[in-house]
Design a protein around this ligand. Sequence first.
Ligand code: SF4
Length: 87
Amino acid sequence: MRSSRKPVRRCHACLLNLGDRCWLFPHPRGQWQRGRWCRGFGNEERYREFRDWQKEPTVKSRKELRRDFFRAGKKTRRRWKRPVRGR
Ligand code: SF4
């Protein structure tokens, strides 16, 4: 079994589907195996927890702050120019 974190096709309409991963389960594929239905799909209690989680203020970790800084720096980076003398 492939242990991918990506949601499967049946997760398409689920609110907990974050695109590259599931908010609730580490292995979404396992939730749908052998004809089972995922316990998180359409579960209003889980959806409410997810909405509450979304409302929480986001605090970035040091690693995320550093990553954002360097990503922003790459876009605006310019070549250094030697100052012109005699003007
Ligand atoms: S909760 Fe279930 S249906 Fe929803 S994204 Fe996760 S695995 Fe898929």
